[in-house]
Ligand binder design. Structure first.
Ligand code: SRM
Ligand code: SF4
Length: 572
């Protein structure tokens, strides 16, 4: 099957390749080290494997210096990420997450940019029972992180509920089909007995093989006109084509991704490119074959260049398409026309099919917590107790209370009102179009604040917005604590990427529908400069914008930044 002309890059395998190879299909010594009570942490090799089980060892960075001074080991704790295809959870599952976060985590839940739950602050001794309780609620954390296919996203679509159901089924099917087949997770966390004897390699991991993928792999399904899942940021994206109210198939897009490293031009965000169309029954085949191409030709030497986007750019889009069709044994059809309007969410009540209702609620930074003046977590718990439909987590870290019966709509509206969940202060147009990654204090890679700081910055930007009569203007603002791009920074019309504490690179000019990347505008600036730049930019926008013109398009039209047409030109 391996094409003899195409080649993976030369170079010694990275250390992570060794760890995977020696791990006996993701087991390593995890079972033993998780029982070791001498340290709250685990060795680095096992931590690498932990990711495939949906978790990362972290330490509370707010406490790092103090603990160092006191010669204590870091305040180790684990982050746990659930696999939740399409972001759909039942009210019962919501209540389990809520309780586990309270009992074993830091009391909060994070709704992520890939439509799932994360818990932070879980101590080593509580990991096994937390995973077991998640399993008992019919969810799992397998492959939520690691060099495998990640949570499959799909548009949570409150508008066309019947299409949602179909698209969601495909997302679930893809997610299940692409799961690692090793029993390591079940043995380590769920006490499944190990079956002795080593079957043939292909039998254990027929898709991934013993080394899994060179890097993480992401799939998302968009339903136009909404590009809420940012289909162009996915390694493999599907764009639903709906004709006469029926799902006829998907356009296929490959090679997107957001991560980069400051100052390293060999790394860049990239947009996925559409290569053709297929009927729905063929997406599993496509996903499997695309993944095997990345498995065979991805860079296993330099992890910074190991994502599929670099494989596509190195081999060439047409070559990868030809290789895909070769592996499929059939050709993709010509891509069908489609149109995206936006990559954000639309809020409030919408009537779905069969007389049910859907309510999209903005969640700042995706953080479900009880704040002093805003009892969000309690309010949602009370809603979950009476809700008979489902919850849908969106790719913009928001929440849809979906499939609400007409009888329940009034009660849920009352709870939303009672807990002030849509209070004005939390609900301005600018805020509703914002995204921030986790960053400090839990993310080990954060160079600056994001989730904790963006609301503070937004308060100040809103004053400028008001001065310019732009209060109802939706402008997508995204902030990340580092250039990895967990809030898909390069697709924000205004983006701030953390450089150092209090310092950000500022980017402008992404398209409102997520089809164009942003461009660096100012480097390494702090709050004062950010605000003075925005004062000038927003005042010009208010005065000079054309009818219906989005901010990202405006800054390009008037020449404030150059349009980035392709990630390979990102740093030009
Ligand atoms: Fe991410 C690493 C959080 C979506 C690109 N991401 C991390 C880690 C695990 C840090 C680490 O490696 O130590 C962060 C954990 C922080 C914490 O304390 O929780 C982290 N990423 C997140 C989440 C929780 C951000 C959020 O606020 O919602 C998102 C979880 C998604 C999920 O449910 O699976 C999250 N990460 C993304 C996205 C957006 C997306 O997938 O749509 C991206 C950009 C798209 C992409 O992958 O290209 C993204 N995360 C990264 C990268 C850069 C990868 C690369 O290509 O270079 C890293 C670093 C890495 O992998 O080495 C990273
Ligand atoms: Fe952490 Fe950087 Fe991702 Fe933010 S973008 S969560 S700082 S890795």
């Amino acid at each position: 099957m391996v094409n003899r002309i195409l080649k993976a890059p030369d170079g010694p395998p990275s250390d992570v390749e060794r760890i995977k190879e020696e791990s006996n299909y993701l087991r390593g010594t995890l079972k033993e080290v998780m029982q070791d009570r001498l340290s709250a942490g685990i060795p680095e090799d096992d931590n690498r494997l932990m990711k495939f089980h949906g978790s990362y060892l972290q330490d509370d960075r707010d406490l790092r210096n103090e603990r160092q001074k006191q010669k204590l080991e870091p305040a180790y704790q684990f982050m746990l990420r659930v696999r939740l295809p399409g972001g759909v959870a039942t009210p019962e599952q919501w209540l389990v997450m809520d309780e586990l976060a309270q009992k074993n985590g830091n009391g909060t839940l994070k709704l992520t940019t890939r439509q799932t739950f994360q818990m932070h602050g879980i101590l080593k001794w509580n990991m096994k029972n937390t995973i077991q309780e998640i399993h008992a609620s019919l969810l799992d954390t397998i492959a939520a992180c690691g060099d495998v296919n990640r949570n499959v996203m799909c548009n949570p679509n409150p508008y066309q509920s019947e299409i949602h159901l179909e698209v969601y089924e495909w997302a679930k099917q893809l997610s299940n089909y692409l799961l690692p087949r090793t029993r390591a997770y079940h043995e380590i966390w769920l006490d499944e007995e190990k079956v002795e004897g080593t079957p043939e390699v292909e039998e254990i991991e027929p898709i991934y093989g013993p080394l899994y993928l060179p890097r993480k792999f992401k799939i998302g399904i968009a339903v136009p006109p909404s590009n809420d899942i940012d289909v162009y940021s996915q390694d493999l994206g599907f764009i639903a084509i709906v004709e006469d109210g029926k799902l006829v198939g998907f356009n296929v897009a490959i090679g997107g991704g957001m991560g980069m490293t400051h100052g390293d031009k060999a790394t860049y965000p990239q947009l996925a490119k559409v290569i053709g169309f297929c009927t729905p029954d063929r997406i599993q085949d496509i996903a499997e074959k695309v993944i095997t191409i990345q498995r065979d030709y991805g860079n296993r030497s330099v992890r910074k260049n190991a994502r599929f986007k670099y494989t596509v750019d190195r081999l060439g889009l047409e070559t990868v398409k030809a290789e895909l069709e070769n592996r499929l044994g059939w050709s993709l059809d010509e891509a069908k026309p489609y149109h995206f309007d936006h990559n954000g969410d639309r809020y409030g009540w919408v009537k779905g099919v069969q007389g049910t209702w859907h309510f999209t609620l903005f969640i700042q930074g995706g953080r479900i917590a009880d704040f002093d003046d805003y009892k969000l977590k309690t309010g949602l718990r009370e809603i979950a107790k009476i809700h008979t439909g489902d919850f849908r987590l969106t790719a913009n870290q928001n929440l849809i209370i979906a499939n609400v019966s007409s009888q329940n709509k009034k009660k849920i509206s009352e709870l939303i009102e009672q807990y002030g969940l849509t209070d004005g202060r939390h609900y301005t147009a600018l805020r509703r179009s914002s995204l921030a990654c986790v960053a400090l204090p839990t993310c080990g890679l954060a160079m600056a604040e994001a989730e904790r700081y963006l609301p503070v910055l937004l308060d100040k930007i809103e004053t400028i917005v008001d001065e310019n009569g732009l209060r109802n203007e939706e402008i997508t603002i995204r902030m990340t604590g580092c250039p990895n791009g967990c809030a898909r920074h390069a697709l924000g019309e205004i983006a701030f990427i953390g450089k150092a504490p209090g310092k950000y690179n500022m980017y402008l000019g992404a398209a409102f529908d997520g089809s164009r990347l942003s461009k660096m505008y100012r480097e390494n600036i702090g709050e004062e400069e950010i605000l003075s730049e925005l004062r000038v930019l927003l005042s010009r926008y208010a005065k000079e914008k054309q009818e219906g013109e989005h901010f990202g398009d405006f800054v390009i039209r008037v020449g404030i930044v150059k349009a980035v047409t392709d990630g390979t030109n990102f740093h030009d």
